[in-house]
Design a binder for this molecule. Structure first.
Ligand code: AMP
Length: 205
């Protein structure tokens, strides 16, 4: 994959329900534009794998498909933002997920002298999400890879409800702030990736 360069830092949020492909797309932006992915889901899974006290506390909540507390995820993001700054910019993947997290992120960015350039909503039909997530679990199983504890239909339903109740209001929030963008999340991975890259490049111009 070719590495492009951005004229200036672009910090972007990827919004969208579970299974929409935020993680896959964030990874492509890391590979092609040299951005830094900040995934609170990955950070929480690392904490769980490390066996830390916090990891133990969140494991059950995550397996159920519920959201962990704002305090925990805001703390994780604060640590990253105060420790590092990246020339190409951050991709927030799976954070913020509540209005309180969105307010906290804005305050943290201001405090560290940074700004948010775009919140990009990956738009998708609910009906295909269940298939995608169940498919992801089946593929992992067939390949002998570990399956995420929350990739099953019961927790997916809870994750979707959490998304619509707590996270989808962020679409209106970022629209009101004038930084909301939408991308069709149902096409080919490459098409979505180039749509996202175009938005990031415009945001950094
Ligand atoms: P993800 O990998 O983004 O799908 O996140 C997996 C799980 O981690 C979620 O279902 C939540 O239990 C938890 N989680 C990740 N990010 C957040 C967040 N920003 N706020 C609350 N819970 C989160």
């Amino acid at each position: 994959m070719t590495t492009d360069t951005l004229t200036r830092t672009a910090n972007v949020i990827l919004l969208g329900p579970p299974g929409v492909g935020k993680g896959t797309q964030a990874q492509i932006l890391v590979d092609t534009l040299g951005m830094v992915q900040l995934s609170t889901g990955d950070m929480l899974r690392e904490a769980k794998a490390s066996g830390s006290e916090m990891g133990k506390r969140v494991a059950e909540v995550m397996a159920r498909g519920d959201l962990v507390t704002d305090e925990i995820v805001i703390g994780l993001i604060e640590e990253k933002l105060t420790q590092s700054r990246d020339a190409a910019g951050f991709i927030f993947d799976g954070f913020p997920r509540t209005l309180a997290q969105a307010d906290a992120l804005e305050a943290l960015m201001t405090k560290t002298g940074q700004s948010l350039d775009a919140a990009i909503e990956l738009q998708v039909d609910d009906a295909i999400l269940v298939d995608r997530i169940v498919g992801r679990a089946e593929q992992a199983r067939a390949a002998g890879q570990p399956v995420r504890a929350d990739d099953n239909e019961d927790s997916l339903k809870i994750r979707l409800m959490e998304y619509y109740k707590k996270t989808s209001p962020l679409v209106g929030y970022y629209h009101a702030k004038g930084i909301l963008k939408g991308v069709n999340g149902m096409g080919a991975i490459d098409t979505i990736a180039s749509d996202l890259a175009a938005i990031v490049k415009t945001a950094s111009a």
